[in-house]
Design a protein around this ligand. Structure first.
Ligand code: CA
Length: 232
């Protein structure tokens, strides 16, 4: 399955951004469709074999969030949200509603295409028969069957919680995970929003895997939203 077969729906009411995205996708061999309102987006989503959705949150006739919720009722297609710089809350809410990633305007074509490739890779992994057991990013490696982690070939000594956090990030490599999502997955439902505990756990994990925890190379902070394990 070549990348050219992926049909991407670009929902954006700003004509300039719409044509910038359309051009970038075309140059990279992607096939794209465009919609400039929530209404036309929904009718294309129902009638066309869309495989990835690039969605502007601020649409003239509806909130992009509504589209995320509706699509998630029937599809696992990757959804990448496009939003303005000062909408951290919205980004987190969009991710919690089921979006896979977000791009902040203005963004470059390189950034856009990189995010799309990550999303498509995840789609392939999900549809693969067997979940991967060993993942590696740079010099950081995890073996999920054996529950072992390595840095530069040496075994890391992580606590069970640190391991769970790192494994979660590896399973979602390249994707931004919201603080709420991480807390729910690592501590479980009912743990509320103990962001302090997550910050402490993250600091401990970074001390073990990052050369300079203040300038992390592997786990980056997405300010106001969450964390992302860098996909190389
Ligand atoms: Ca808009």
């Amino acid at each position: 399955m070549g990348e050219a077969t992926h049909k991407i729906l670009v929902v954006e009411d700003d004509r300039q951004i719409q044509s910038f995205i359309g051009y970038a996708l075309e140059q990279d061999g992607f096939c794209s469709l465009s919609a400039n309102s929530g209404h036309s987006a929904m009718s294309l989503l129902i009638s066309e074999p869309i495989e990835l959705l690039l969605l502007d949150l601020g649409l003239p006739d509806c909130d992009g969030m509504e589209i995320i919720k509706r699509v998630r009722e029937w599809s696992d297609m990757p959804i990448i949200v496009v939003s303005a710089r000062d909408q951290d809350r919205e980004k987190a809410a969009a991710l919690d509603a089921g979006a896979d990633d977000y791009l902040t305007k203005p963004f470059s074509a390189t950034e856009l295409l990189a995010r799309i490739r990550v999303a498509i890779r995840h789609l392939r992994r999900q549809s693969g028969e067997k979940p991967q057991a060993v993942y590696q990013v740079g010099e950081l490696k995890i073996d999920m069957e054996k529950r072992l982690t390595y840095l530069r070939g040496e075994e890391l000594h992580l606590t069970p919680m640190e391991y769970n956090l790192l494994a979660l990030l590896f399973k979602n490599c390249g994707k931004v995970l919201t603080t709420q999502y991480i807390i729910r997955e690592v501590w479980g439902v009912g743990y509320g929003s103990d962001t302090q505990a997550l910050r402490a756990l993250m600091a401990a994990l970074r001390r073990k895997i990052e050369k300079n925890p203040a300038k992390p190379r592997y786990i980056v902070t997405e300010i106001g939203v969450g964390y992302r394990l860098v996909d190389e």
